[in-house]
Structure formats: structure tokens, C-alpha cells
Write a protein that binds this ligand. Structure first.
Ligand code: GLA
Length: 428
């Protein structure tokens, strides 16, 4: 197995694909027992995501097509009789404690948990305290939404101990509020929504205005490959918030609620009244929304080649009009696009560093990964991390001691989600 390439089939790392989470499933309850001297009652899991297409469209009330990945945040926990939450992070080697009736802002990983507790209470939920151990394998800062995974795992944990129902859209909104108002990033709803509502084997087509969504099956024989450039930029939050403000300025200039309401003709007609940079921001959003609709249609007709073309166009638009790529992202995308079997590639997530996503013919994946890794090292002097991702299920309460998913009938369509969804959302 090549260095830096992590596939779900890599036995040396995690065992065969369907067993990937088992090591965490077994390890985490034990860690909880050791730390708190009592067995956990719940094990919750919430995945990270890779956005296939629809970048910087969600906060413009537009369309997105993300996919939950087989990398997640997990918490093994048990309720407490008081209002305290005590969480030990295996990854940070740190324990944080906070009181639900006296939440104070601070810094660090626990803010995502606190923010969710705060958001749930503002929304009127009566919360029970809990103690637990947390871990995860979503790379941090790579644009794979480790923070949304923590938020949705926290929401699952609070729902489990406090006994309220899991409503994916409501929980996603609360996660977004935590991110916007507690952590201070004005992010959209995409990451939380896909982490809360995804179905295995499917991407999630989401209308970020209405929150209506469809589970669209992944095309056969196509691998989704994440290419982490290993570059991270500071101040992503301020650059992100600045883009958002520019989009809002453009919407105001067009006299509409959000750029979702602007089409190509309106865009051209309004061009002269807009600052050049604001016009380009708007052009990205207007064209990207159309690309999401086109890519979803292509996915439904199993047309990976068309999806790939749209990926490439999306990247160019993010590079030239929205200006959220860096050299490393542009290099890795160009290298990926030039490989045999690659349908298309683009940056994914907020940008400014982090990862790209490529659609690759299954049979070409190993050679693709090796070629990209080598060429990227030569070009940038950096080591890429390459993840071949499977479309996984959204946040769930995972069976402990072999019983079925808590609070749900287990069907193949529901997988581990642990809640019902309108069946007509699921496409086959
Ligand atoms: C981040 C945000 C999302 C979305 C993307 C860009 O991941 O959390 O809401 O705006 O950036 O598409």
C-alpha cells in the first residue's frame, strides 16, 4: 500500500471496508469504562463529508450535492444525574467539563459540543448531563467537516440521554447555529445537514433554502477520491465571512433575498451596476447552482463523464471568480485531471487550502493515487494524503452489545441512521 493513501480496503490500517468502524466500536466503550468506571449506555456516530459539487452556494439559499464519508466522530457515553457534561477526547488527550446551566465560551474542540448544548437549550430542549469518551478519524482542517461531525455527534448524544426525537433538519439547524453564533463562523447548512441525514451509498441533493433533500445513488464503478493537499490556511473564518458578505451585497444589488434568486439573464443585465469583484462572486454562485442541478441529473443517469466535466468547471469558477483556491489546490486538481480514468476534479469545502475531490474509474484508483501523490510531491514538495471514500450513513446511535439501532427499526435503507425518513426521498 502506498504511503499516504488510505483506502477503506487497507487492512494494515483498519481492516476490510465493512469493519472499518469496528475498531472504534470496540475500543471506545472500553475507554469509557476505564475513564468513568462504568459502562457507556450509548455509542453515537456522526460522519464527516465530502462535497461533490455546489461550493459556497448553501449560504446563498442554493443547491449542494455532498456525500457523508466513512470517517466519523464517535462518542461512547452515559447519562449523569446532574447538569454536567464531562467529555474526554482520545485524540486531544484532554478532558473538558462544562455545566449545562452555566455555559461559558472558551476556545478549543469542546466549543462545538458546548455550542450545540447552547443551541438545543435556546430551542427549548431540556438537556440531561452526560459523561463520555470521544474520538474520530475525520482529518481536521482538510475541508471534510470534522466540526459538523462533532456537532452532530453531540446532538445525537444529547438526544439519546435527554430522550428527545431525532429530527435531522432541526438538529442540522441547531448545529449551524452553534457554528454561527457560538464559534463565530457564518457557515451554511450543508455540512450539518449531510452529517445528520445521509444514507449509505447515496449523495444528498439538498435545497439549502427549503431544506428539502433527495438521496441520490452514487454511480457504479466510480470512486470518490479525496486529495488532501496538506496545506491549511489560518483566518479561513474571516475570508469565508468576507465571501459571504460579498454575496449578500450582490443579492442586495439585485434586489433579491439571496443569489439563489438570480439567473444568468439577470446576472448579465445587472453587470454594469456591480463592482467587478462582486459580479464575479455572483457569477460563481449563479453558475455553480446550475452545475449542481446538472450534476445531479448526470448522476441520476449514471453519467460519470458529465459529472466530471462539471467538477472541472466548478474548480475553474472557484479559482477565477470566487478566488478560494490556493496554489496547492490548483496543482493537485490539474495533476488529478490529467490522469487516466479521472472523470474530473475540483477543490472541495470552504477552500483556501485543504482538499480536492476527484471522480475516478474504480479500476484506475490505485494507479491514480500513486501518480497524483508522486507528481504533487514533485510540484509542491508536500505530501498529499489520499482517501478513497465510501458514501456512508448519517448520524446514528450505534448498537452497543450487539442490539439493534436504538430507537429505530433497522432496514437496509435506513442503515444506521436510527430515524425514519420519507421513503420518497430515497432514489434507487
Ligand atoms: C464550509 C461551510 C459550508 C459551505 C462550504 C462551502 O464547509 O461549513 O456551509 O458553505 O464551506 O461550500
Amino acid at each position: 500500500m502506498m504511503q499516504g493513501i488510505v483506502t477503506s480496503r487497507d487492512k494494515s490500517l483498519a481492516g476490510p471496508a465493512h469493519k472499518l468502524p469496528m475498531t472504534i466500536r470496540q475500543r471506545l466503550p472500553k475507554a469509557c469504562l476505564t475513564r468513568f468506571d462504568a459502562a457507556p449506555e450509548f455509542l453515537v456516530r456522526a460522519p464527516g463529508r465530502v462535497n461533490l459539487i455546489g461550493e459556497h452556494t448553501d449560504y446563498n439559499d442554493g443547491f449542494v450535492l455532498p456525500m457523508a464519508i466513512d470517517r466519523a466522530v464517535w462518542i461512547a457515553l452515559r447519562p449523569r444525574a446532574d447538569k454536567l457534561v464531562v467529555v474526554h477526547s482520545l485524540d486531544f488527550g484532554e478532558t473538558v467539563e462544562f455545566a449545562l446551566d452555566d455555559l461559558q465560551k472558551s476556545r478549543g474542540w469542546a466549543e462545538y459540543l458546548k455550542g450545540v448544548a447552547w443551541g438545543l437549550q435556546v430551542a427549548g430542549c431540556r438537556l440531561t448531563g452526560w459523561e463520555g469518551v470521544m474520538t474520530g478519524d475525520v482529518p481536521i482542517g482538510a475541508g471534510l467537516s470534522s466540526s459538523a461531525a462533532v456537532e452532530m455527534a453531540a446532538a445525537r448524544a444529547f438526544a439519546a440521554v435527554s430522550g428527545f426525537e431525532w429530527d435531522a433538519a432541526r438538529m442540522a439547524r441547531i448545529g449551524q447555529t452553534a457554528e454561527n453564533e457560538w464559534v463565530g463562523v457564518r457557515s451554511g447548512i450543508m455540512d450539518q445537514m449531510v452529517s445528520a441525514a445521509a444514507v449509505a451509498g447515496h449523495a444528498l441533493f439538498l435545497d439549502a433554502r427549503t431544506l428539502s433533500f433527495r438521496h441520490v445513488p452514487m454511480p457504479p464503478d466510480v470512486a470518490v477520491v479525496v486529495l488532501d493537499t496538506s496545506t491549511r490556511r489560518g483566518l479561513v473564518a474571516s475570508a469565508y465571512n468576507e465571501r459571504r458578505a460579498q454575496c449578500e451585497a450582490a443579492a442586495r444589488a439585485f434586489g433579491v433575498k439571496a443569489l439563489r434568486d438570480v439567473d444568468w439573464n439577470m446576472l448579465q443585465a445587472g453587470r454594469s451596476g456591480l463592482e467587478e469583484v462582486v459580479f464575479r462572486r455572483a457569477r460563481h454562485v449563479v453558475t455553480e447552482n446550475q452545475r449542481v442541478l446538472d450534476a445531479t441529473a448526470a448522476m441520476r443517469s449514471r453519467d460519470a463523464a458529465r459529472m466530471g466535466e462539471l467538477f472541472n468547471e466548478s474548480h475553474a469558477s472557484l479559482r477565477d471568480d470566487f478566488e478560494v483556491t490556493n496554489d496547492a489546490l490548483n496543482w493537485i486538481v490539474e495533476i488529478a485531471q490529467a490522469q487516466p480514468g479521472c472523470y474530473g476534479a475540483r477543490m472541495t469545502g470552504a477552500g483556501f487550502g485543504g482538499a480536492a475531490v476527484a471522480l475516478v474509474k474504480t479500476g484506475n484508483v490505485e494507479a491514480f493515487a500513486q501518480a497524483v501523490e508522486t507528481a504533487y510531491r514533485l510540484k509542491s514538495g508536500l505530501e498529499a494524503k489520499i482517501y478513497v471514500c465510501r458514501a456512508s450513513a448519517g448520524a446514528s446511535v450505534v448498537p452497543l452489545q450487539g442490539q439493534g439501532s436504538i430507537g429505530a427499526q433497522h432496514t437496509s435503507a435506513q442503515d444506521e441512521r436510527g430515524f425514519q425518513f420519507p421513503p420518497d426521498n430515497l432514489e434507487r
